[in-house]
Design a binder for this molecule. Sequence first.
Ligand SMILES: Cc1ncc(COP(=O)(O)O)c(C=O)c1O
Length: 361
Amino acid sequence: MKYNVREEILNLNVYKAGKPISEVKRELGIDEVIKLASNENPLGCSPKAKEAIKRTVEESQLYPDASNYELKEIIANKFNVKHDEVFVSTGSDALIKMICNTFLNAGDESVMPEVTFPRYDAATKLMGAKSIKIPMKDNGLDLEKMVESINSKTKLIWFCNPNNPTGTIFTKNEFENILNRIPENVIMIMDEAYIEYVTDSNFPDSLDYFKEHPNMVILRTFSKAYGLASLRCGYGIAHEELVGYFNRVIGPFDVNLFAQQAAAAAMQDEKFIQKVHEVNKQGKEYLYSEFDKLGLPYIKTNANFIMVDTKTDDKQVFEKLLKQGLIIRPGHLLGMPGWMRVTVGTKDQNVKFIEALKKSL
Ligand SMILES: Cc1ncc(COP(=O)(O)O)c(C=O)c1O
């Protein structure tokens, strides 16, 4: 059978996600599996979000609110922005695709770091556009080179801060040095999926800039610190005219009612987010000290994961950890062969990971 599939699809690969716990249990016949592969929240989600999910069961037969009114109100109030400056969809992953749908024609260019969240590249290619990948500088984004690569074909420029998978940030000063050199007709996407974990006070919060820059799009998610990855809900903030275009592309019922209600409740539980931040901070300090003892170089992180140099074949380390019930993300899948990315877990999970790692090296 010869299907008339678009060439862009033929050239895409299926995204290889972190191995699910159920798959490892099935394959290895073991009961205890710890997943530190996809930067999920080891503390789960806010009890308030759980309550909201339970309550929503009674409304399962109803379509969700297509305008996402309540959730947008809560986001707008929290960040002191207008209701019409907020947009939401099924995870920031869907928003990445939506932005490409909105702006990219075949032959256009999208500038991004070489080692970053791979969905910018996939969504760019889906539209027949070209990804311009800028090599990293000291494992972080090379902002100067990224801006220098803008030309008349450039429609989008992607800034992941903190960057996945390196965990690095660029500072307020570094960003301000390039911000005004990005032409108004190039959309800059600030992907801040891990902002709640940031510990460096020099981190630039994009909310301080977007009012002055109508070409800035901020993306955030309920999947990481808010612990709601399974429900699929991401949000963004941008100029209201831009949001009007986005809302033409986003499907009316994309965000299901469970996600809307749980996300709204989760965002109002600031105490939970503070706890998540604190547990992550302690966890990363513990892991740093253990990597130091093992003589393994690592990149200091502002997120809930750490990139570690295994100094050997990361595929083998991955397999050996897997046999002990620990799932991490091998670096060869992330553009950094020899390295591995591990999500910071609970204290107990981190200790078990280090014990298993010692046996794997
Ligand atoms: C940098 C970054 N952006 C976006 C996403 C997508 O998250 P979600 O679609 O769950 O909101 C991820 C997920 O890992 C990520 O690491």
